[in-house]
Design a protein around this ligand. Structure first.
Ligand code: NAP
Length: 283
């Protein structure tokens, strides 16, 4: 496994396993167990995914020492604000069955983010979270958060893949020492991702799969990736991405596929924002 060093010195694996849309408990325990057996140590869940308990169970069943795992979870919009975030954090820990988090993220840039961030800064200083970060923050929102707080986010987790390469964000985050983590690295399979011509031709050239070419391209840039799959053979395939390197010309072919627009979630669409802000999960 390769690691990236966060702005506070914490080492984060560059490849992790995402568990969005794996709600059914036995299915989730099985996928996470398969992922841990395949070698993944970073697990990416969220209170809103309703599967923190299953993730915690799979980690305990694996017998891997807690300090060898890197557990990320996220605080949802309904729990933004100082007091609410403190309570949401305690509930997430209880569901995961752990007494600290490796990474705690603001899931969406909505609601009382500043209140939530103050709570997270406190929990971080108390040693209950090893690193704190955000998801889906634009450049101005990152700049605003940093201008008003002592602790800069260690990570911004954003939609990032072949079609949405996040160049401006990458440059800004790089200057600020914020690591990017790519969610939906396969664009959730949308736009016929797994049959994309450029990725398919590179997969053939390097004797790899489309998924492996994409993940290799991300991690070689120092961007962490958290692919999701519910199938063991794909979980293993998605973990085997480090043993090769695309040439500069081939990287340029990928660069040319950037549309500069999201495929999965458009945070500039008021309808999408309204949907996220009014989505409530059961505590
Ligand atoms: P994704 O990883 O881009 O794509 C998952 C889809 O690709 C599934 O349909 C999966 O099907 C398929 N797949 C996986 N590996 C494959 C392979 N090797 N070959 C062919 N198909 C393959 O989508 P995602 O789950 O949305 O994103 C990944 C993780 O990012 C999430 O699980 C979550 O942890 C995180 N995330 C975060 C946010 C945020 O706002 N912070 C938003 C979205 C996602 P099967 O399962 O059937 O294999």
């Amino acid at each position: 496994m390769k690691y990236t060093t966060l702005n506070n010195g914490v080492e984060m694996p560059l490849l992790g396993f995402g568990v969005y849309q794996v709600e059914e408990p036995s299915a989730c325990v099985r996928c996470v167990s398969d992922a841990i057996a395949a070698g993944y140590r970073l697990l990416d869940t969220a209170a809103a995914y309703l599967n923190e308990e299953s993730v915690g169970r799979a980690v305990r069943q694996s017998g891997i020492p807690r300090d060898e795992m890197f557990i990320t979870t996220k605080v949802w919009v309904q729990d933004m604000g100082y007091e609410r975030t403190k309570r949401a954090f305690a509930r997430s820990l209880a569901r995961l069955g752990t007494d600290y988090l490796d990474l705690y993220l603001v899931h969406m840039p909505f609601g009382d983010v500043f209140g939530a961030w103050r709570a997270m800064e406190e929990l971080y200083r108390e040693g209950r979270i090893r690193a704190i970060g955000v998801c889906n923050f634009s450049i101005p929102r990152l700049a605003d958060l940093m201008a008003h707080h002592e602790t800069a986010p260690a990570v911004n987790q954003v939609e990032m893949h072949l079609f949405h390469q996040q160049r401006a964000m990458k440059e800004f985050a790089g200057k600020c020492g914020i690591r990017l983590e790519a969610w939906s690295p396969f664009a959730e399979g949308k736009r016929d991702f797994f049959r994309n011509e450029v990725l398919s031709s590179l997969a053939e050239k390097y004797g790899r799969t489309v998924a492996q070419v994409e993940l290799n391209w991300l991690v070689r840039q120092g961007v962490a990736a958290i692919p999701k799959s519910a199938r063991r053979e794909r979980i293993e395939e998605n973990f085997d991405v480090f043993g090769f390197s695309l040439s500069e010309e081939d990287d340029a072919l990928i660069a040319a596929c950037d549309t500069g627009r999201p495929v999965v979630g458009d945070f500039e669409d008021p309808g999408f924002v309204h949907y996220l802000c009014t989505r409530v999960y059961d505590v």
